[in-house]
Design a protein. Structure first.
Length: 312
């Protein structure tokens, strides 16, 4: 089996050693024989300039010492580890620049549950990274299994442009890499909001809504979904075509099937779509497992392994 990842980048936060993201990053780095970079990025908080001016250097010194102590232990076990603690007015920009410098091929971070009121005024770092990160971004809420046992790829076969943009391919490739590395089951999911799909086609084809037409759309989408699954060699028992709103369908599926990692796509969004957020963003604070977000750029990255190697 080829190594899926060469450089794993853990975006750490205080108490990171007890975090699910750290357990996942460490397990993946060990399994793939990848080097691990641990970075902590602090930003000034409004209303605390005095505290920031007087305690920043002390805080950074303590964090760097803590990081280096843990890194030394990990190096002693044979893992290649680097670390840093940085103060930044724009952590998202700093993290993105570090990803490029390190040539990281997987970024792992704990989900940070920002209060709803704060999210109205300030875009959370997790959302900003989801929208801008050009490599797979693994946001971990819980990790009862350090290496995931079940990985699922959430595809959208209802929108024709996604079948040609390469985003579905990027999602499948990222899911396959994760499942193959971890020896996990690979599942495929399409959560289809049929009325929305029919309305989309109706606007395109000037057709009206009726039951027979809706059934034709369902059959067409199901056939497309199976065609993609056939192409990637996913067995029938791991193909899941679910009718209903996408967000709720994915949440229910993850819970019912005990999915450790759900792989979804992210696209650049403008206008009202950006304000309302994507399915991935809406899921972020509501799933018990983890999300692996893949941008459209991921489709341009080389496939690391051609065949699916999953548990039977």
């Amino acid at each position: 089996m080829m190594n899926q990842y060469r450089k794993v980048f853990l975006v750490a936060a205080p108490h990171w050693q007890q975090s699910p993201a750290y357990r996942r990053a460490l397990a993946i780095a060990r399994r793939s024989n990848a080097s691990l970079h641990i970075g902590m990025f602090f930003e000034p908080r409004l209303g605390l300039p005095f505290l920031i001016d007087h305690l920043r250097d002390e805080l950074l010194t303590q964090c760097r010492a803590e990081l280096e102590r843990e890194a030394e232990v990990l190096r002693g076990s044979g893992l290649s580890v680097t670390c840093e603690a940085t103060w930044s007015a724009d952590p998202c920009k700093e993290i993105l620049e570090r990803i490029a410098t390190l040539k990281a091929d997987l970024v792992i971070k704990n989900v940070n549950h920002e209060p709803a009121l704060r999210r109205v005024f300030v875009t959370p770092l997790d959302y900003r990274l989801l929208r801008a990160c050009q490599v797979p971004l693994h946001l971990v809420a819980e990790a009862p299994n350090p290496l995931p046992l079940k990985v699922a790829a959430a595809l959208d076969v209802a929108r024709p442009e996604l079948l040609t943009s390469g985003l579905n391919e990027g999602i499948l490739q990222a899911a396959q890499n994760m499942a193959s590395l971890c020896g996990a089951e690979l599942h495929l999911l399409h959560a289809c909001d049929l009325p929305t799909a029919v309305d989309y086609d109706s606007a395109t084809l000037s057709s009206s809504w009726d039951t027979s037409y809706a059934e034709q759309v369902r059959i067409s989408l199901y056939q497309t979904f199976n065609h993609v699954a056939d192409k990637w060699g996913v067995p029938m028992e791991r193909r899941h075509f679910v009718l209903g709103p996408a967000t709720q369908g994915i949440m229910n599926f993850m819970y019912d099937h005990q999915i450790d990692v759900m792989v979804l796509g992210m696209q650049r969004r403008l206008g009202l779509d950006r304000i309302l957020g994507s399915t991935t963003e809406r899921l972020l604070y509501h799933v018990s497992g983890s999300l692996l977000a893949v941008g459209a750029d991921a489709a341009a990255q080389p496939r690391l392994q051609q065949s699916i190697d999953v548990k039977q």
